[in-house]
Design a protein around this ligand. Structure first.
Ligand code: ARG
Length: 462
């Protein structure tokens, strides 16, 4: 048995790579998932090579036709990739050459794997951004539906996790609609910088062939071409940016998860999760655990880790391509897969949870959430706010001692704190009045929340 080099790049080598080395540097294990993007990129490249006369037109046609056959064979599971062909790019090229011989060897004219991989990852992540956006769209739709059903569901709003002022569940959910809406905007923004076509950058210094870069860009639906060949092959900003965007999205999902976990505890009992999205304990028969929310909260750590890993891989790299950059794939694939795994479960969990308006209301009625409104009541009767804050502070302290709510004090008792207090105080501090009075745009009053819902629905319909 000879040890003749068998690689596509084997010409200058006199011996084959060690099997352990093949295994170590090969990326086919994880980049095979880009087969579609790799083939579509090659079809566009070959088509351009034929149209510009860089290779014979009939060769370009045969290459394109064979690549399409390879694509459908891969999709039908008829193709096995090999570690010895290293990565998806050379696997596809090797299969092409196996099928059409010397004609296939013309495909890589004017191209390097460095600009090829830069193209493939852009195409791949562009598709993933579309998928992520659809999943976010569905989550926002579920939240809007749940908000509309809970416009009158009063609950305590919190600061420092201490009951603060009454709001509605609709208003609370609409905060997340804002957050996930920004996540969609961030993805769309990332797509703009990603959607730039790098082929023609060559290995690092472009190429002497008269490639028509714009033709390839149009064929593959890119908005523009990269403007510097070194940057074209070594830019992974869009990978970092997507990982950062996904990290922020996971922060949002994780905060929401934390609230769902709290709310479904017996201590809060604001919601009950559906059995379909909860799990039990192997030892404690009574347990019903919010595992879906806990896993989403936990998986945020993975995505942040992916971002940190990517930043660290890139930070010390000299221009242009370095093999370190092959490490970008597993991290960004993992981040995308993780978020794509979390979003549908989260949407279903929220869509099926049972809201308990009575416990929410009871919690809002305790904890003096109307204290600000009584202070404001005195201000409206002429007292300076800083003074009314002090007066109501004393009133709250008294009620804590007496174990009652402010509205449970008699008018005479109330008057001992300020003679400005009259019978109309009771109406002024009911939970409904507290919520409905906050009708500025962005506030929790029903009309303001309805306006926010309509505005979010309009964005969703775009
Ligand atoms: N598999 C490589 C990657 O993912 C493709 C580019 C390799 N280029 C090279 N000259 N080794 O980055």
């Amino acid at each position: 048995m000879t040890n003749e080099p068998t690689k596509l790049w084997g010409g200058r080598f006199s011996r084959n790579t060690d099997a352990m080395m093949d295994d170590f540097h090969s990326s086919i294990r994880f980049d095979s998932r880009m087969y579609r993007q790799d083939i579509l990129g090659s079809i566009a490249h070959a088509g351009m090579l034929g149209k510009t006369g860089i290779i014979p037109a009939e060769d370009a046609i045969l290459i394109g036709k064979t690549l399409r056959e390879i694509l459908s064979d891969i999709e039908e599971g008829k193709v096995a990739f090999t570690v010895s062909a290293e990565d998806i790019h050379m696997n596809v090229e090797t299969i092409l050459i196996d099928r059409i011989g010397d004609v296939g060897k013309r495909l890589h004219t004017g191209r390097s794997r460095n600009d090829q991989v830069a193209l493939d990852i852009r195409l791949y992540l562009r598709d993933e951004i579309t998928r992520l956006d659809r999943l976010l769209h569905e989550l926002i739709r579920v939240l809007l539906e749940t908000a509309e059903a809970n416009l009158n569901t009063i609950m305590p709003g919190y600061t420092h996790l201490q009951r603060a002022q009454p709001i509605t569940l609709a208003h609370h959910l609409m905060a997340y609609v804002q957050m996930f809406g920004r996540d969609r905007e961030r993805l769309a923004d990332c797509r703009k910088r990603l959607n730039v076509m790098p082929l023609g950058s060559g290995a690092l210094a472009g190429t002497t062939y008269p490639l028509d870069r714009m033709m390839v860009a149009q064929e593959l639906d890119f908005d523009a071409i990269t403007e510097n060949s070194l940057d074209g092959v070594s830019d992974r900003d869009f990978v970092l940016e997507l990982a950062a965007d996904l990290s922020i999205e996971m922060v949002h999902l994780s905060r929401f998860s934390e609230e769902i976990i709290l709310w479904s505890s017996a201590e809060f009992a604001f919601i009950e999760l559906d059995d379909a999205y909860s799990t039990g304990s192997s030892i404690m028969p009574q347990k019903k655990n919010p595992d879906a929310a806990e896993l989403v909260r936990g998986k945020s750590g993975r995505v942040f880790g992916d971002l940190m890993g990517l930043l660290t891989v890139m930070k010390g790299l000299p221009l242009a391509y370095n093999k370190d950059m092959q490490e970008d794939k597993e991290a960004i694939f993992d981040a995308v897969d993780t978020v794509c795994g979390c979003l549908p479960i989260f949407s279903r969990m929220v869509a099926t949870m049972r809201v308990k308006p009575k416990t929410m209301r009871k919690a809002a009625a305790g904890g003096f959430t109307n204290a600000t409104d009584i202070a404001d009541y005195l201000v409206k009767k002429g007292m300076p706010f800083r003074e009314s804050h002090e007066v109501i502070g004393h009133m709250v302290a008294h009620c804590i001692g007496a174990g009652c709510a402010i509205e449970e004090l008699s008018l005479d008792e109330l008057k001992t704190f300020s003679p400005l207090i009259e019978e109309d105080v009771y109406g002024a501090i009911s939970l409904e009045t507290c919520v409905e009075g906050r009708l500025l745009p962005g506030g929790p009053a029903r009309g303001a929340v309805e306006a926010a819902i309509r505005s979010a629905q309009a964005k969703l319909a775009q």
